[in-house]
Structures are given as C-alpha cells and as structure tokens.
Design a protein around this ligand. Structure first.
Ligand SMILES: C[S@@+](CC[C@H](N)C(=O)[O-])C[C@H]1O[C@@H](n2cnc3c(N)ncnc32)[C@H](O)[C@@H]1O
Length: 159
C-alpha cells in the first residue's frame, strides 16, 4: 500500500528517508530504487538484517541499516531524516505507545512527513484517530492499484 501511495505521491529528490520496523526491508529498498533519496532501514531484530542485506544486493541499491528499537532511536538520528515510513508495525498496544512517543519526538526534531500503513488493526486505528482528532494527521482508507488490490489504512502526517 505504501509503495502504491508513493508511486502516486513521490518522494522529493534528496529527501532522507527512514523505514521503521523494516523487516526484510522491501519498502525502504523500493524507495532507494525508485527515487533519488537517501534511505536508512531500522529494525529492533538483528535476525532481519541478513535478509535485508540479501535484498539490498538483489536490487543493487545502497541503503544504510540500523539495529535499534523505536524507543532507543536517538534524537540526533531523527533530526537527520525528513521522512519516516512504516508498514505493519503497530500490531500491539505497546507498539502504539512506542510509536506515539516516537512520532512526537520525530516532529519535534524536524521530521516533515510520516507515513504509516496497516491492514486496520485496532491499535493502529486508535493511534491514527488520535492524530486525526488533534488535526495533526489524516487517516486514509487505501486500496492498492496494483495486481493484488490490497486494502487497508494509511496514517499521513505532513508538516
Ligand atoms: C510485521 S513486521 C513488518 C515488517 C515490514 N515493515 C513489512 O511490512 O514487511 C514488524 C517489524 O517491526 C519490528 N519491530 C517490532 N517492534 C519494534 C520496535 N519496538 N522497534 C523497532 N522495530 C520493531 C519487528 O522486528 C519486525 O521486523
């Protein structure tokens, strides 16, 4: 869904992009492959990075990686990025709590755009609705235009 959204709402040349909870890194790698941007892939689980490295090689892109939890991401690292992306990273209430803290810190450090995608789990919808009620973000229902026609939700925070 986020790849589909970005195909229609492209990243700007030179933007510094961080993918949160990257898993095997496909979203960030898509960004590095299709836009002239600088990408960092972040995940708490050290076991994902061999798969990330394999996908980096297969796609012949250059991206940076960082093993860290949302709560331990440094303010300095946030300051060095313009856009935060995350797909399917808000599936427990505790993750919503961590993401709420992280988004607040990121915005205070000058991050301009945050895009999160989710199939519609309650933790994500509650988090997104909070930002919508405060007029700080938009919850969008999204149907991907590509082959699989995936449906779900995007939280778009745009400064
Ligand atoms: C369901 S997977 C989604 C992976 C990828 N974004 C995707 O769409 O395929 C969730 C990912 O978030 C990571 N994660 C979970 N909690 C985290 C935390 N507190 N800090 C950083 N990463 C976390 C997990 O290690 C996992 O790789």
């Amino acid at each position: 869904m986020l790849m589909d959204y970005l195909a229609q709402n492209p990243l700007t040349a030179g933007e510094r992009v961080m993918e949160l909870g990257c898993g095997w890194g496909l979203l960030g790698i898509y960004c590095a492959k299709h836009f002239p941007v600088d990408v960092m892939l972040v995940d708490a689980d050290p076991l994902v990075f061999p798969f990330v490295e394999a996908h980096i090689r297969l796609n012949a892109v250059q991206v940076r990686t960082h093993e860290v939890t949302f709560d331990r991401l440094a303010d300095q690292t946030l300051r060095e990025h313009d856009v935060l992306l995350g797909a399917d990273i808000c599936f427990w209430p505790e993750l919503a709590t961590q993401l709420r803290r992280l988004i607040a810190r990121a915005l205070s450090q000058g991050v301009r755009r945050i895009l999160l995608a989710d199939p519609g789990r309650i933790s994500f919808l509650r988090l997104a609705e909070e930002f919508e009620h405060r007029h700080e973000g938009r919850l969008i229902s999204w149907k991907a235009h590509r082959k699989v026609g995936t449906r779900g939700y995007l939280l778009v925070i745009d400064r």
